[in-house]
Design a protein around this ligand. Structure first.
Ligand code: SF4
Length: 399
């Protein structure tokens, strides 16, 4: 495997007003009253980010996407975000037409802030709505209300933002099919060009894990969450959205280019606490706690940017390619896989998916000039993706 230049960078800003009850991300709760733009804590974090970015390995290609995620990046001022973008541009270069995304949460920005973000080059906004039910927002520990959502949508429209996305969560406690349908209908009424829908996973270290068990009331059971998935697909595709990835829908021309980097298993930079990167064939995740991250950056500077972590083996790379690629509607290219990893690997994949072709979970198509593609069908294949992947991996393991 040869080293390819990364063309995408993810920057993690961990600051949130408080931690939502289902969230296990690397987050630093600031509290409701503290203004991030005046916080020494935030500025110290930005100093460490600067130091990390300044010694990142650079290549001959500049970046075609930057994603500022979190956390709640919209707690930071445009000046603070600009500082990060300048550091990235200085070290790695950002293409003039790069997709530059930021995650925003309802209630954390006004029109002036959005306008300032646009002025510093941000051209894609991803808003964490999660639900259109006040009760569910409260139950999830979200720090915004339904009124904040509507106000935020109004601000996005007033700012003239075209390229934006809205996130929703299904499978929440007490969420019924009717409530979910209401969320989906609200989303299509607002009509953002991109929507992400995530099925709740109760992570062990969260507040939710203390109260809820997967599949047990008040969490919806598996047949209900499957119905929710099918309903989302039905409503969005009916309104002209492409279901281009397991959890993502987009109008034509609005797929998230940055996230496609991950699904296509291409290399990317990651900066900040808990951020993952895939550079020089090394996959690496930074420490998830602030103090440990700062210490790690200091060590990184001492070692002139060298990250101690093994390179991804061809076998691991193949599994990554399959696992990530099958999230996309177009699936994986078997001809490319045969030439990179060997025809025996493609034979193993074909053997493992053979039982799923007849029931219509998996499909293989020959497309001129692009070779045979293997993809999961929508919605059945996507719904059973974990089962299919486990069987592919087991078959490859036997070879
Ligand atoms: S706002 Fe997002 S990142 Fe912050 S705690 Fe909630 S879910 Fe986690």
């Amino acid at each position: 495997m040869s080293v390819i230049s990364p063309t995408a960078a993810y920057i993690h800003l961990p600051f949130c007003r408080r931690r939502c009850f289902y969230c296990d991300f690397a987050v630093f709760p600031l509290g409701d009253r503290l203004l991030a733009e005046k916080s020494g804590t935030v500025d110290l974090y930005l100093d460490y980010l600067d130091r990390e970015i300044a010694i990142a390995p650079s290549f001959d290609r500049s970046l075609s996407s930057v994603f500022i995620g979190g956390g709640t990046p919209s707690l930071l001022s445009a000046k603070q975000i600009e500082r990060i973008l300048q550091a990235v541009d200085l070290r790695l270069g950002i293409d003039l037409d790069a997709e530059i995304s930021i995650e925003i949460d309802p209630g954390t920005f006004d029109l002036a802030k959005l306008t300032d973000y646009i002025a510093i080059g941000i051209n894609r906004f991803s808003m964490g709505v999660q639900s259109f039910q006040d009760d569910l927002l409260k139950l999830c520990g979200r720090s915004h209300t339904l009124a904040d959502i509507w106000r935020s949508v109004e601000l996005i429209n007033q700012a003239g933002i075209e390229n934006w996305s809205l996130d929703l969560i299904s499978g929440l406690p007490n969420q019924t099919i009717e409530l979910w349908q209401n969320d989906l209908e609200k989303a299509v009424e607002i009509a953002p060009p991109h929507v992400s829908t995530y099925d709740l996973i109760v992570e062990p270290s969260t507040v939710f894990a203390r109260y809820y068990q997967p599949g047990v009331t008040p969490l919806p059971d598996d047949p209900t969450t499957a119905k929710m998935y099918e309903l989302a697909r039905e409503i969005f595709t009916d309104k002209g959205y492409q279901h281009y990835e397991i959890s993502n829908y987009a109008k034509i021309g609005y797929q998230c280019q940055h996230n496609r980097t991950y699904w296509e298993n291409r290399p990317y930079y990651g900066f900040g606490m808990g951020a993952a990167s895939y550079v020089n064939l090394q996959r690496f995740t930074r420490p998830r706690k602030t103090r440990e991250y700062y210490q790690w950056v200091e060590d990184l500077v001492l070692h002139q940017g060298a990250i101690a972590c093994p390179v991804v083996s061809p076998a691991e790379s193949l599994l990554d390619r399959i696992m990530l690629g099958l999230r996309l509607a177009e699936g994986i290219n078997l001809t490319e896989i045969a030439s990179e990893f060997g025809t025996d690997k493609v034979e193993a994949i074909a053997t493992s998916v053979a039982p799923h072709i007849k029931p219509g979970w998996v499909s293989i198509s020959g497309v001129a000039n692009t070779g045979d593609r293997l993809y999961l069908t929508d919605p059945q294949g996507f719904l059973f993706s974990n089962t299919i992947l486990a069987q592919i991996f087991a078959q490859l393991d036997e070879r």
